[in-house]
Design a protein around this ligand. Structure first.
Ligand SMILES: [Zn+2]
Length: 464
């Protein structure tokens, strides 16, 4: 009797262990299936870095940017187009973590844990992705960037569609380089999408933030006159200007980008209001662009003395901005103070239909400034273009813009231009940054001109 009892206990223990193991396995299968199936040792997906069975990626015009043929992942025919889209589309690897082929690899391959990878072709229509990007605009921006490093962003500030996003350095996704110790300097930072994941000293493009703060908090700012003798001493250190502007009005101070005037304006606004206005425009936080967070930009004058505060209002000190964020700020100015957040993946993409995901795009962001301030700031940016840059810099479109030449620790300054087109037909906001590009306007104007030229062709074709 005793022996039977012992045996029964043993059987119960073995049975319990079996079911516990089974439960653990099932739980892990459900939780980890997506990760397991993407492992390189899975022969079903191993070809083309796991993309052997992946769906197509289209641009806004139905141009195929990536597709699979005979188990091999292929990209657009044109070399420059491929290079321009590397950070948006991605390559066969997962090195560019923010690219579509990295983010949505599971959905692209049509994997789910009922069918695994064996979903019948008839049901497998659901793994294509439609992007808002225009391959032609991207190519034009890439060509104009040449081998200069930096980023170009253009989006529709009414709808939020991201039309152009270029990050340089880049490489050909159809022929990715093998990065070794010898060439790693050449490819340093190449996996980073500079449009979305990088931050740069903004220099004078930050004067848009300071101008908005002045319009909001200094009652008589439009009546004030400033005096620039080339530099001003604050707490024993000079704030230098690139020129000697003499007596200068608020409007002229922005359009001629006078540092001495802006040092004084920043001190009048004061640290508290500067901090508040910068944060309303997205500094010290970030934006979600179709599931990808932008780099967190930086503005902090909580510990700054007056000299540092003055430099912060000129976009120096510890200020850092992200190109996508600067385009969003310009989109907000165009929209009377409230931005539409850019997005990249169309909701009509079949994977979104099938999985019930939201692209999260085209949504209204938090108001960045009062409507009156946006209006005034916009007309000052328009005045800047009319009197200094010229519409020819923007493919003949009526632009409202601000350039920047941002001093950085070593080497040439970063060159910037940001702005928007004040037009119902071409509602475009943009940001261009060239690392160590030198003088802002002369470096960036051929890039924004060529990019907008391509955008006009694209939007005209849409309208027909
Ligand atoms: Zn000056």
């Amino acid at each position: 009797m005793k022996r039977t009892w012992t045996r029964s206990i043993l059987v119960y223990i073995v049975a319990l262990a079996f079911f516990a193991g089974l439960a653990t396995f099932c739980a892990r299968l459900v939780l980890n299936n997506e990760a397991w199936v993407q492992q390189p040792y899975n022969g079903h997906t191993a070809g083309s870095g796991g993309l052997a069975m992946a769906g197509k990626i289209y641009d806004r015009n139905g141009t195929v940017l990536a597709y699979t043929e005979d188990g091999e992942r292929k990209y657009h025919d044109d070399y420059l187009t491929r290079c321009s889209l590397l950070h948006v589309v991605g390559d066969n690897s997962l090195n560019i973590s923010t690219a579509i082929q990295s983010l949505y690899r599971t959905q692209l391959t049509g994997f789910n844990y009922i069918w695994g990878l064996g979903m019948p072709e008839s049901l497998k229509q659901g793994n294509d992705i439609n992007l808002t990007i225009d391959a032609d605009i991207n190519r034009a921006a890439q060509e104009a960037m040449g081998d200069q490093e930096g980023a170009v962003v253009v989006y529709n500030y009414k709808t939020g569609e991201l039309l152009c996003s270029v990050s340089n350095k880049t490489y050909d996704p159809a022929d990715p380089p093998e990065i070794t110790e010898e060439n790693e300097e050449e490819y340093d930072g190449v996996y980073l999408d500079h449009a979305i994941s990088s931050e740069y000293t903004p220099g004078s493009v930050f004067k848009l933030v300071t101008t908005a703060a002045a319009l909001e908090y200094i009652d008589d700012i439009k009546e004030q006159t400033f005096h620039c003798s080339g530099s001003v001493e604050i707490l024993g250190n000079d704030v230098n200007c690139h020129s000697v502007h003499g007596d200068i009005s608020f409007e002229e101070a922005l359009s001629q980008s006078c540092n001495v005037a802006f040092a004084e304006i920043t001190l009048q606004v004061g640290a508290e209001h500067m901090q508040e206005v910068a944060e309303k425009m997205g500094f010290n936080s970030n934006f979600l662009i179709s599931d990808v967070p932008t780099a967190v930009s930086h503005y902090d004058v909580t510990e700054a003395d007056d000299n540092q505060l003055a430099w912060s209002g000129i976009g120096q000190y510890t200020d850092l901005a992200n190109p996508m964020q600067m385009a969003i700020i310009c989109g907000a100015i165009a929209n009377g103070g409230q931005p539409v957040i850019p997005y990249l993946v169309e909701e009509s993409s079949s994977i979104f239909d099938q999985l019930g995901l939201s692209s999260g795009g085209g949504e209204l962001g938090d108001r960045m400034m009062p409507e009156e301030v946006a209006k005034e700031l916009g007309s000052m940016m328009r005045y800047t273009v009319e009197t200094h840059y010229g519409d020819s810099t923007f493919a003949g479109l009526p632009a409202c813009a601000k350039s920047g030449t941002a001093e950085v620790g070593e080497g040439e300054p970063n060159a910037w231009i940001v702005g928007y087109i004040d037009s119902e037909e071409y509602p475009l906001a943009f940001a261009v940054v060239v690392e160590h590009g030198g003088w802002g306007l002369s470096t960036t104007s051929p890039i924004i001109d060529a990019t907008l030229e391509a955008a006009i062709l694209s939007l005209d074709a849409d309208a027909q």
